[in-house]
Design a protein around this ligand. Structure first.
Ligand code: SF4
Length: 335
């Protein structure tokens, strides 16, 4: 009788460690399905190009990956993470626990026996220490079924190893922050074109992390659309309470525009080059204030001659004449 192929689910970040973890397990004949979770803080832009992203992971790394949007759950988690925050507003330990728990819920659907991650003991100060890695297993209810192929030889054997589903001897014993072992393994496995380790999660960013934290402190309700807009361009809270995001260059103008939601107004000058802004929930004089900001950062504007700003909404558009706002006026609106 033909033995059924063993399947594992991978918590996949797209970085080298998770690529290697998948490949090390796949090299043992296990079918690996990779799951990449996205939120506005990491990977969210991939949702708009999921098919191309999956095709690239398959062709470049031989990995079968699907995206899962867990934004709403993640936004709730940020309100009060049980294990607290890292240096900025990054709840790394709770994040890991959440993501692994979410993968565990998918095991039956894929008829998968265990979970793999690209974690390496000692690589991250908080979430990848031996003790915290055990906390992740315990709090995600994954004791015995969470395999870290890159450092498994430094950890206790897991159930799939004990049951003979995978060969512990072929797992690795990496540890620490160095990347040399990973690079060497990538070379050996002929994995090229993988992303560099920097970046990834905006919650660890020195500007964005505190910005999100402040948003949480000042808003009882936080939505995915509001956070998504908060993370691009210059940010303002206008005197009437409206939110305003303004692009700093043409790339950001496109991003700001792409993050527009129903009900928003898009502002830009009609006859001169300059930024694009998205205005959300304006009240009082917020529209005039936002138009003044658009002109302030516009080009070829005069401090004496008002420029024309178009404000385009769902129902049509209107124009406003505005002078550039003085910096002293809007300093306190900046986020
Ligand atoms: S850096 Fe961001 S994505 Fe990574 S574990 Fe921390 S909170 Fe999660």
């Amino acid at each position: 009788m033909k033995q059924q192929q063993v399947t594992a689910l991978a918590l996949y970040s797209g970085g080298l460690d998770s690529i290697l973890a998948c490949r090390v397990i796949a090299a043992q004949g296990v079918k690996v399905k990779a799951i990449r979770f996205v939120t506005p803080f990491f990977g969210y832009e991939l949702l708009a190009k999921e098919a191309a992203y999956a095709a690239k992971a398959k062709s470049a790394f031989g990995i079968d990956v699907s995206l899962r949007d867990i934004s709403t759950t993640f936004l709730e988690l940020l309100r009060a993470p049980k294990h607290g925050f890292g240096k900025h507003f990054n709840p790394c330990l709770d994040c890991k626990i959440l993501l692994v728990s979410e993968v565990r819920k998918l095991l039956p659907a894929y008829q998968a026996s265990f979970i793999i991650t690209g974690e390496v003991v000692g690589q991250r100060p908080m979430s990848q220490r031996k003790d915290t890695m055990r906390v992740v297993e315990r709090d995600s209810d994954c004791e015995g079924i969470l395999v870290r192929p890159l450092c498994a030889r430094n950890l206790l054997p897991t159930r799939p190893e004990l049951d003979g589903l995978i060969d512990r001897e072929k797992l690795l014993g990496f540890n620490g922050r160095g990347r040399a072992s990973q690079r060497a393994l990538a070379k050996e496995m002929q994995i090229e074109g993988y992303p560099t380790p920097a970046g990834g999660c905006v919650l660890t960013d020195v500007t964005q992390g505190p910005r999100v934290e402040r948003y949480y402190q000042e808003h009882a309700a936080v939505t995915v659309a509001d956070i998504w807009l908060l993370l691009v361009g210059r940010q303002y809270r206008l005197p009437g309470g409206g939110r305003f995001a303004l692009g700093r260059d043409s790339k950001e103008n496109d991003l700001v525009l792409a993050r527009r939601a129903p009900g928003d107004l898009v502002l830009r000058m009609t006859d001169r080059p300059g930024p694009v802004g998205v205005l959300r929930r304006p009240t009082g004089d917020d529209l005039a204030a936002a138009a003044g900001l658009v002109v302030r950062y516009g080009r070829k504007v005069s401090p004496e001659v008002p420029a024309t700003v178009a404000a385009e909404g769902d129902q049509g558009s209107m124009t406003i004449k505005a002078l550039p706002l003085a910096d002293t006026v809007f300093q306190s609106w900046q986020w």
